[in-house]
Design a protein around this ligand. Structure first.
Ligand SMILES: [Zn+2]
Length: 411
């Protein structure tokens, strides 16, 4: 274990040196967005086998709209969008974050930072439209970090995407975008803000408690939850460990059991990534014993009273660091598939080193021919790649696949 850790640190050091010294766009490409050409050129250039895999992926929906419940809007605030990112991402004093930032940029296909926000949207729209059947993509606003007292903490804010921006985008592209607002419950006037969006017809609210600082189990949030229920709003919230957050006091906010409060009040909750990373205290039974967050999520999914209320999104579950347990367990539970919802976590599927088809092949989730076809699709359309991969994936022993109902909206 120790030598593994040492190895990781040395590796990370090496990567930082490589990127810092060379600042080489080829390296960013290798780790980030390793694309061959624009999405519109995919059909002329991919093999018959890749086309066949795409065709199969779209079968079984009987005219139902395919949904992507979890797709990020990012940017740099270009053109007055109001989007903000933490300045550490572009600082040489924070080499790891700077590299992360450059890899992200390369994965999103942004070339001109002066038009970053516009290019991001243009590319996302093109990726969606180049798919044989354009999906309904839920685009996420992202609120700042707030303290319990209601003041904003910009140092802890990783990025900020305003609700109005996301809402306006959904008006501009009503066929493909559904807005997901983000209202921090500790913010002054949070309930009124929810009410305003609820009256505008917005149905989804996004939280990332570990990064934003809210405790979903906080009793003072009752009024907020009841307002959500009044407008039949669904809470899409991250649970489990969050890689971008270091402090333990914030990691514990990702404990899925803290979501019992909104669920018991009758609020619909989607747990992002099915809480598939890290451990949380088993608050139902103990003050100290830890269990995997994913098992705590499954425990709640199995409770009769949460049927029709609790759901899980399958975004990011195929990243190399989550492949060992959760995916297999999810595949083995077709009885739960109608309560799973497809999510891409875009732009993450564009990041080459996060989703490794080699590992998926090695673990028996896909075969050699499928891997080759999937890699071809990735190099033109990472969003389509993510969908076709999830449709192709099978349980290594039983062959069970994710049912089609996990790709359409239950709401
Ligand atoms: Zn996400």
């Amino acid at each position: 274990m120790k030598s593994f850790l040492k190895g990781t640190i040395v590796c990370l050091g090496l990567v930082i040196v490589l990127f810092s010294v060379a600042s080489c766009s080829l390296l960013y490409k290798k780790f980030g967005g390793d694309f061959e050409g624009p999405p519109e050129e995919m059909n002329q250039n991919i093999s018959p086998a890749a086309k066949e895999l795409i065709k199969q992926a779209f079968q079984g929906f009987e005219g139902k709209k395919i949904v992507d419940i979890h797709s990020h809007i990012v940017g740099l605030g270009a053109g007055g969008t109001g989007v903000m990112i933490n300045e550490e991402f572009n600082s040489w004093w924070h080499p790891y974050k700077r590299i992360q930032f450059k890899i992200y940029l390369s994965a999103t296909g942004i070339e001109d930072v002066e038009r970053a926000d516009q290019e991001y949207i243009e590319r996302l729209v093109r990726l969606i439209k180049a798919s044989p059947e354009p999906m309904n993509v839920h685009i996420l606003a992202f609120d700042k970090h707030y303290t319990k007292e209601g003041s904003v903490d910009l140092k802890r804010t990783e990025f900020y995407v305003p609700n109005q921006y996301v809402y306006d985008l959904s008006l501009k592209y009503p066929q493909i975008f559904t807005p997901v607002i983000s209202v921090h419950p500790y913010k002054k006037g949070a309930v009124e803000e929810l009410d305003k969006w609820g009256k505008s017809g917005v149905k989804f609210v996004k939280w990332l408690p570990n990064a934003m600082g809210m405790d979903p189990g906080d009793e003072s949030l009752r009024e907020y939850y009841l307002k959500m229920k009044e407008h039949d709003m669904v809470l899409l919230t991250h649970a489990g460990k969050e890689m971008a957050v270091e402090a333990d006091r914030f990691q514990k906010l990702g404990n899925p059991l803290r979501l019992r409060l909104p669920l018991d009040l009758g609020v619909k909750v989607i747990i992002a990534h099915c809480a598939s990373l890290g451990d949380g205290v088993d608050l139902d039974n103990s003050k100290t014993d830890k269990k995997s967050n994913f098992d705590l999520f499954l425990r709640m999914m199995d409770e009769e009273k949460y049927k029709g209320l609790l759901f899980g999104d399958i975004s990011a579950m195929l990243q190399f660091n989550r492949l060992n347990g959760p995916v297999k367990k999810i595949l083995a539970r077709p009885d739960l598939h109608s309560r799973l919802i497809n999510g891409s976590d875009y732009p993450l599927p564009g990041i080459n080193f996060l989703i490794r088809t080699k590992e998926l092949l090695k673990k028996g989730y896909i075969n050699k021919e499928e891997r080759a076809a999937l890699n071809e699709i990735y190099s033109y359309n990472p969003l389509l790649f993510d969908f076709v991969l999830k449709r192709t994936l099978r349980h290594p022993e039983t062959g069970q696949k994710l049912r089609a109902e996990a790709f359409t909206s239950p709401f």
